[in-house]
Design a protein around this ligand. Sequence first.
Ligand SMILES: C[S@@+](CC[C@H](N)C(=O)[O-])C[C@H]1O[C@@H](n2cnc3c(N)ncnc32)[C@H](O)[C@@H]1O
Length: 370
Amino acid sequence: MATEQQLKQTFPDWYEKWLFRSLGLEEEEITSEEILKPLLSLNNHWLQENYNKEEYSWDSSQVAKSYALYYMTANIPKLWVMYNHSKQWQQTHLSNIIDITEYGCGPGTFLWAYLFYLHKHFPEQLKKIRTIKGVDHSSENLQIAHSLYNELIKIDEFSHINAVFKLAEWQEEIANQPKITKINHMTIFGNSLIESSGHMNILETLNFGNLLILEPGTNKHFQRLRNVRDKLVDKNYTIHFPCPQSSKCPMPENNWCHFNVNRFLMPFMQKISNAAGRRNHKHHFSGFIFSKQENQEYNQNWRILSSARKAKGSVIRFLCDGKSVKEVVLNKKEKSDQNRDFIKAETGALGQCSSKLKNKRLYKGDSFKL
Ligand SMILES: C[S@@+](CC[C@H](N)C(=O)[O-])C[C@H]1O[C@@H](n2cnc3c(N)ncnc32)[C@H](O)[C@@H]1O
């Protein structure tokens, strides 16, 4: 995982001010009933035992506002983790992209995530961004996306960006698109396919220049994503995150490939979570970056899928090279300068290994480097 410090710093200093102002919220209102109740309504897991749907249903503009405040802020860093660990895509292909579309954009979560990422890490590329487009079938969400945009373009670095927010079903909007989108276009689906799982096959009928899909990190959602992934691979898409090689996904059926971010990176999120009695900081997700462009550097590379588990001085981690998933052990006696990165690397990172790991073990002489 990209370090928490890196992720924290990718939020612009003015993020909270921008968000609160766009939502018309004062700091003291963020833990009010008007915010907390719709959040409970959005996610019944918060109060799973006592959940009573009637009690927690709330008017839709209030739900949209709470979503933008809490879930948008929690979701934004997921895109940053994927980009940070996408290596060649981030280093080469990102520089082609000038237009971005998010389908099922809600408040515009991943449009802002994208722009903030460029603002912090690729300011020259931010200058080249031409248009952002958000498509959603909820007018309340789009209204919020509009307010966020209007506030954002008051800031010099973003003032050149045009926006289109379209009230539509994404399936219909896509049907009206040209069949091929260009390499200068990024298409994003963030947590929006859950609600349209019957339509996921539409994705296979199109040719996206660049496509990022991200869904909640559960087994069920991953299995649906994996189907789309395998079909896109059959259509010669390259995967830039997380799979090191674009072959059939080797993950066993009872397991799933997922990562997590800390949802408390912004201090106000901790306040809301405390008020809602929800203290787990981990927000899990599964996601893929696809393109039609080559990914040349993935020889002998392994994606680190789990944190470093320690047992009697040994370190154990799940690794995947796109063809096989292995639970790899580094014994206490085999630790060396050569394989130190295996222990230290963040989950989600890509490491290059001198061994094929046939015995699922790393030895002293094996190098494992990020
Ligand atoms: C969970 S929210 C995700 C919002 C944002 N992408 C994010 O990840 O934070 C799902 C969004 O998809 C929208 N949505 C669901 N099905 C849709 C469809 N068929 N067409 C357009 N929007 C849709 C909903 O209105 C909602 O705003």
